[in-house]
Design a protein around this ligand. Structure first.
Ligand code: ZN
Ligand code: ZN
Length: 342
């Protein structure tokens, strides 16, 4: 059995020779500064807590800011805590923090208050966005002289959707700007890896050629070379649905992917694969949008009868097995002979 050097009471354990009551007497168990500044991004509304930016409500942010500034007496560990915030005005809150501690096996509690002031600031991603920051450029071009506006819009929509998807978990990823230029469009991006992933996606979707070229733009503060990357994506002229000439035969292009494509022979309706390396030899005979509509007047097994869209004569067309002709069908004229494009 020990006794307290201050009050003389017997006590089982002693801290620096004192009983717990005498040891705690006059000591601050928890401390809070007079005030805590809480940064809010005026652009996106996120709060800076610790070193990181979070999206949360104001009350939660001011409480977290106060808890982050609280100090506890040494040799103590947390047992429990609670906090409440009271609004003095929309930018100033009084936060009360109640803390339960374990001091060498003894449960003790303390209460402290501070004033949390909300200060305007701009988070790093927002300041980059606002400052037109970019580290890569995605150049979308076409094999033709001009990029078809419909194809441009389609490719751009795919880029925007992909960036939104990737940015959901990473605020650092964004499109700085998209700019129409002769022959296509330039998309300025906040990250090199974003440019790379978008170039790969477009390449796979359209079987497009890509080329990357780095450009030295300076040095970081610690002397590392800093690069910007340009990703050129050349979209092929052909598009799914076009009639193309493949090894001398007229075919409908039925699919395109990163490894090549598939074509359907208009003479015998056989489908086959085209390797990526051979895709560049495809020649467009008729764009999907240029195919003609022919009115169907009769159906019988492997043939249908249609009205020729130019001279209105009746024409028999071979159809593939299982083909269901509607009111009209798509046709193409090759050497004055009409073919069905199923
Ligand atoms: Zn004592
Ligand atoms: Zn922000």
């Amino acid at each position: 059995m020990n006794f307290c050097v201050k009050c003389g009471r017997d006590c089982e354990e002693s801290l620096e020779g004192m009983c717990i009551d005498c040891w705690l007497d006059g000591r601050r168990l928890t401390t809070l500064p007079h005030h805590v500044d809480l940064k809010v991004c005026t652009n996106c509304g996120e709060y800076c807590i610790g070193e990181r930016w979070f999206r949360t409500d104001t009350e939660d942010a001011v409480i977290k800011a106060a808890l982050g500034a609280r100090g506890i007496i040494r040799d103590a560990s947390y047992v429990d805590q609670s906090a409440s915030a009271e609004e003095n005005d929309p930018r100033v809150y009084t936060v009360s923090v109640w803390t339960e501690l374990d001091v060498m096996g003894h449960r003790v509690e303390d209460k402290a208050t501070t004033i949390v002031r909300i200060k305007n600031s701009v988070c790093k991603p927002c300041s980059r966005k606002l400052g037109s920051y970019y580290t890569s450029i995605l150049q979308i071009r076409s094999g033709a002289k001009e990029l078809d506006p419909a194809l441009r819009d389609e490719a751009l929509a795919m880029v925007v959707e992909s960036v939104e998807r990737q940015a959901a978990n990473n605020k650092q990823l964004f499109i700085t700007k998209a700019e129409a230029v002769p022959g296509g469009v330039d998309v300025y991006l906040s990250s090199i890896s974003l440019g790379k992933s978008l170039a790969k996606e477009l390449s796979e979707e359209y079987c497009a050629e890509t080329k990357e070229s780095p450009k030295l733009v300076g040095q970081t503060s610690d002397g590392q070379d800093m690069y910007r990357l340009t990703y050129l994506v050349r979209l092929p002229e052909y598009h799914v649905g076009d009639v193309v000439v493949c090894e001398g035969r007229h075919c409908k292009l039925t699919s395109v992917s990163g490894i090549g494509g598939r074509v359907l022979d208009l003479l015998n309706f056989r489908e086959r694969a085209v390797r990526r390396a051979d895709m560049e030899d495809l020649r467009i005979y008729a764009k999907r949008s240029d195919l003609m509509d022919a009115t169907v007047i009769d159906r019988s097994g492997s043939e249908i009868q249609v009205l020729h869209p130019s001279n209105y004569s009746t024409v028999d067309l071979k159809v593939p097995e299982g083909f269901e002709a509607g009111e009209t069908v798509k046709v193409v004229s090759i050497d004055d002979v009409l073919y069905l494009v199923p």
